[in-house]
Design a binder for this molecule. Structure first.
Ligand code: NAD
Length: 367
């Protein structure tokens, strides 16, 4: 098989971590008979420097012509970089928002996986962590409160602000289907999170999710109120497989879930549209504080590439091979600086490596 991958290396640590992800993709491709053709796409600060804009038409066309896009990160030091003297719509992040919109990326997938080897980084107690946890949050990304009508006006002599939370049944159905499809590739359980005891939009959400669930009899579907979900994430995270939720609830819960895993350098993400197309990127930013030092953790980007194999290309075996190789590399004690245990917790056999060596070690452990 052959795939065209658009590559947005971006700014800061972006090029360093993307290099490692491509290295791992090529290595897994050799084992599984898959070829990847990469096309570099300019976006973010580097695009501003070269074209004066964070995203050009040519870049959008490049992304559209690809089977999927792999991204590093964009943006600079927001206090010091000249990019942040520009108007908001010309700053690096505007490029990413515009690209998501242009490609209609309505489904955001963020796994929160705690490797048993990195338990020490998890802020939860040992008895709560158990053997680690492995969930994925499927968040609706283009509707709801963040995109509803809003206004601020004077009413009865008081300044009054209004935001509206709107979902139509089609928007709910397409994200719910995504979540059930994802669950089919995992442990086959969807927890749909809403606030159906209060909100009309949540009652419609629940009704449509139940309709979709009927099309997936092999997947367990349960509903949970968002306040309870926030508690359960820190009380018993192991109970979750796929969490399906709307935009704002997902924004909050995915940050909560990622925090309990410990390191930002480990967290992959994907944004998908109605086709198999997706944009895959680490959850972290461009880390200007460590850019160019060769110490960034490439694992989130490598795992994002594994998500690309699974969700855009249906290459589940190759995706699983990458994930297993990452686990094995950690098992053998290799760590980048961000996931090194504190001195007091250091155990024999743990060794600090740089960005490139981490990529090499993962490649060597692919089977
Ligand atoms: P950040 O995620 O870049 O960095 C926060 C901290 O995490 C830093 O100490 C950094 O060194 C560390 N970190 C992040 N990724 C790491 C990795 N792979 N390995 C080791 N350590 C890592 O967040 P920030 O400093 O708030 O933002 C920096 C820039 O990134 C800003 O311009 C911001 O707008 C941008 N940003 C971009 C994206 C994106 O491209 N999707 C996402 C978030 C932030």
């Amino acid at each position: 098989m052959e795939y065209k991958i658009g590559v947005i290396s971006g700014d800061g640590i972006g090029p360093e971590i993307v290099t490692e992800a491509k290295k791992v993709l090529d290595a897994v491709g050799e084992i599984y008979g898959i070829s990847f053709h990469y096309t570099e796409i300019l976006m973010g600060g580097i695009s501003i420097d070269k074209t004066g804009r964070p995203l050009t038409e040519e870049a959008v066309a490049g992304a559209r012509a690809s089977d999927a896009v792999l991204m590093g990160s964009i943006g600079g030091n927001t206090a010091a970089s000249p990019w942040y003297q520009l108007p908001p719509d010309l700053r690096p992040e505007a490029g990413l928002l515009a690209l998501r919109k242009a490609l209609n990326l309505f489904a955001n997938l963020r796994p929160a996986l705690l490797y048993p080897q990195l338990k020490a980084a998890c802020p939860l107690r040992d008895e709560i962590i158990g053997d680690g946890f492995d969930m994925i949050i499927v968040r609706e990304l283009t509707g709801g409160l963040y995109f509803g009508e809003r206004k601020t006006r004077e009413m009865n002599g008081l300044i009054t602000a209004t935001d509206t939370l709107t979902y139509n049944e089609e928007e709910i159905r397409r994200i719910a289907k995504r979540a059930f499809d994802v669950a089919r590739k995992r442990r086959k359980k969807v927890t749909s999170v809403d606030k159906a005891n209060v909100l009309d939009s949540s009652r419609l959400w629940r009704k449509i999710v139940e309709e979709v669930a009927e099309e997936y009899p092999d997947v367990i579907c349960q509903h949970m109120l968002v306040d309870n979900a926030a508690m359960q994430l820190v009380k018993d995270p192991g109970q979750f497989d796929v969490i399906l939720t709307e935009n704002m609830f997902g924004d909050i819960l995915s940050d909560e879930a990622s925090m309990v895993t410990g390191s930002i350098g480990m967290l992959a993400s994907a944004s998908l549209n109605e086709t198999k197309f997706g944009l895959y990127e680490p959850s972290g930013g461009s880390a200007p504080d460590i850019a160019g030092k060769g110490i960034a953790n490439p694992i989130a980007t490598v795992l994002s590439a594994a998500m690309m194999l699974r969700f855009s290309f249906d290459q589940d075996l190759a995706a699983g091979a990458i994930e297993a190789a990452v686990a094995r590399t950690l098992e053998e004690g290799y760590r980048t600086a961000d996931i090194m245990p504190k001195l007091s917790e250091k155990t024999r056999g743990i060794r600090q490596v740089g960005t490139s060596e981490m990529g090499d070690r993962i490649c060597q452990r692919l089977v």
